[in-house]
Ligand binder design. Structure first.
Ligand code: GAL
Length: 670
């Protein structure tokens, strides 16, 4: 390194850098990932002046937990200094975070718990010889709400090359899921619910060499199975509510398989979490009937259907837009009779649902209780019953109902009568007016759907308002979003996923917490890119969503699957954790710093256990029998690799990569 000193200044010679210092805010903040908003230079995440405990700072980075910034130092930096704390803009709010600095895999600074108003902490870290520096803000274990974190006056001094942003390490995308055998194997849910007389559709999900022949014994009267496709259709004529144990059979040139499917004829559907695809995270405003058809075709051709994936859900933008310049979003909103008219991209809804059903898949639609959807397209206010009639007549099986433009005072302007029967109990019990206001639009659509002669899965989307998990089931919701929208960053995914602790009390067969859709594969809300989650983060995402009994809605363009993404979505032992008939959502059983163990009981008495490392350094995670409520020797099986690890007593411990998981299942050995 050659430098010439000229008084105070330092000269840079082409390609060579000289001693200097750099604000962290000037190091390519686009590479910083965080759980909400975007990283800000010299201002807070909400774009106010940086302010910690009453003092304003000119320089720094405003971010939001969970936040991660990786820097390459090449061993040529000297010191990292900063002052850290929670920005005063969230004073009085419950946000709490912890700042961490990791140098070459060693934690060299932790701030301890920080809340707004608390005295900020000084960071001063020696960087001699350090190659990789990680600046991290965690949610301190209580979820990411109001976690507005500032690294003020953050700078690095260096003597050689200037630090650069970007991951110092590259993770290999290792496919863990073994290829299924050529012999038939029946996968997918083991239990399904249907109301008597309603249209039934179930595709026997089976891997193995084709051609394959299917059969079923003891099907309820009214249902028939197509031996070539394994698609069961019809409607159950028996009106008495009872459970049929149907023996499914699949055979090919290599062998045969059998498995029992319980068909529960009664008044409940969604007995296991829905598994499918939704257009939003990939296409957003650019969805069209062609793209939906292509997605359905891809679900079959990629083989996903053989693993139990079944819904193809259209999100926003099938309706006419309020004022778009795009002719394919224009047109009459409704006919003279009040019935909604889809936009020109969806000229034939009945044809579209018939196409999807013909492939053995189900199909879903989207609306909002206000006059406009979140994307400002025509929505259902004052037309709920007409809309429900149309969804049923077109042949839809799923409705996502997204709050957005609804305001309680609109109720005064209604012109058509509605029923709110589902919330009567809450009214009688004197629930607060605000809560009743949050329930009302969902109760209204519930009543409208109940009038239709079709099973339509009802998905509430109102981001968790009023602790929806506490009343979603009573209002007839089959699932309810517990959070705002997910994005494909560690901060967002981990903040949402690990923030679900405690919600397990409210989920069960027919009614599920929904921490939003999957962000693996080519995602991008209209501008596709590969998920920004690292391979290990993607394993964490799928493992956690399976443990959480979350609806699994693939958010990527399924016509562009890569082998890694397919591996993530086709591991039957992992998916079984999600689809287990007991329907018990996992809870957090232990947390030591960044290391967490989550567990859920399975129907056969075994336990599915996730050993998670939320930290940025590989670490050993321990699942203790005392935390899991276990005694005695347990057989431990690695679900991603589908191999037994061995028998353990008292505890099971394993090394888990950064942001990674080991997902296991434990059976008593006796
Ligand atoms: C959001 C919702 C997203 C998507 C979008 C459509 O409110 O959370 O999942 O449906 O609206 O505009």
């Amino acid at each position: 390194m050659k430098t010439w000193r000229l008084g105070w200044s330092v000269l840079l010679i082409a390609g060579w850098a000289a001693a200097g210092e750099v604000w962290v805010a000037d190091l390519g903040l686009a590479n910083m990932t965080q759980g909400y908003g975007s990283p800000q230079k010299n201002q807070s995440v909400d774009k106010n002046p940086l302010k910690l405990a009453g003092q304003t700072y000119a320089h720094g980075v405003g971010t939001h937990a969970e936040s991660l910034f990786e820097l390459n130092l090449l061993g040529e930096a000297d010191r990292f200094t900063a002052v850290v704390g929670v920005d005063d803009e969230v004073k009085g709010q419950p946000g709490s975070v912890e700042f961490k600095v990791t140098a070459d895999g060693k934690e060299v600074f932790t701030s301890g718990l920080k809340k707004a108003g608390m005295e900020p902490s000084k960071v001063d870290v020696d960087l001699k010889g350090v190659k990789s520096l990680l600046l991290e803000v965690t949610d301190a274990g209580d979820g990411i709400d109001f976690d507005h974190a500032d690294w003020v006056e953050a700078k690095i001094t260096y003597h050689g090359a200037k630090p650069t942003a970007g991951p110092a390490h590259k993770e290999e995308a290792v496919i863990l899921t073994p290829k299924p055998p050529a012999t038939p194997r029946i996968n997918g849910t083991r239990i399904t619910g249907v109301r008597p007389g309603r249209e039934f559709l179930y595709t026997v999900a089976a891997t193995g060499e084709r051609p394959m022949t299917f059969a079923a014994e003891k099907l309820p009267a009214g249902l028939k199975l197509d031996p070539n496709s394994g698609i069961i259709t019809g409607s159950v004529t028996d009106r008495s509510h009872r459970t049929y144990e149907v023996l499914l059979k699949a055979s090919n040139a290599r062998g045969k398989a059998e498995r029992v499917l319980k068909i529960v004829v009664g008044d409940k559907i969604a007995l296991t979490p829905p598994m499918g695809w939704n257009s939003w995270n990939c296409f957003a405003h650019a969805v069209s009937a062609e793209k939906v058809q292509a997605a359905a075709k891809a679900m079959v051709e990629s083989g996903l259907i053989q693993h139990g994936w079944s819904y193809i859900n259209i999100d926003d933008f099938w309706e006419v837009h309020k004022d778009s310049k795009d002719p394919t979003l224009q047109g009459p909103h409704r006919g003279a009779d009040g019935h909604i008219i889809p936009n020109p991209r969806f000229p034939n809804m009945k044809g579209l649902t018939a196409y999807v059903h013909g492939l053995g898949l189900k199909i879903g639609l989207y609306s909002s209780p206000g006059p406009w959807t979140c994307g400002e397209c025509v929505a259902s206010f004052d037309h709920e019953e007409l809309d429900a009639q149309d969804y049923a007549a077109w042949g839809f099986d799923y409705l996502k109902y997204d709050w957005c433009s609804y305001r309680p005072n609109m109720e005064k302007t209604r012109t058509r009568p509605v029923s709110c029967a589902a919330m009567a109990k809450f009214e009688k019990d004197g629930a607060p007016a605000k809560l009743l206001d949050q329930m009302r639009p969902y109760a209204i659509m519930r009543a409208a759907l109940d009038k239709q002669n079709r099973d339509i899965l009802f998905s509430f989307c109102q981001y968790g308002m009023g602790d929806v998990w506490k009343w979603g089931e009573a209002l007839g919701g089959n699932c309810w979003r517990t959070t705002g929208d997910i994005t494909d960053t560690w901060g967002s995914m981990a903040g949402i996923g690990f923030g679900q602790a405690g919600h397990e009390l409210y989920a069960g067969p027919g009614h599920w917490n929904d921490p939003d859709m999957l962000v693996v594969g080519q995602v991008g809300w209209g501008h596709l890119h590969p998920s920004r989650l690292t391979p290990n983060e993607q394993y964490t995402h799928i493992s956690l969503w399976c443990l959480l009994c979350s609806p699994l809605l693939i958010g990527c363009d399924m016509t562009q699957f890569d082998d890694f993404t397919l591996g993530l979505l086709t591991n039957d032992e992992v998916l079984e954790v999600n689809q287990d008939p007991l329907g018990q959502q996992a809870g957090r059983v232990s947390k030591e710093g960044n290391l967490e163990v989550w567990a859920k009981k399975m129907e056969d008495g075994s336990l599915a256990v996730g050993l998670f490392n939320r930290g940025v350094i590989a670490n050993r995670v321990t699942a203790k029998w005392s935390d899991l409520g276990l005694t005695g020797k347990q057989r431990v099986r690695d679900l991603w690799r589908q191999t037994d690890i061995g028998a353990f007593d008292g505890r099971f411990e394993a090394s888990v990569p950064r942001h990674g998981v080991l997902l296991v299942r434990l059976w008593p050995t006796r």
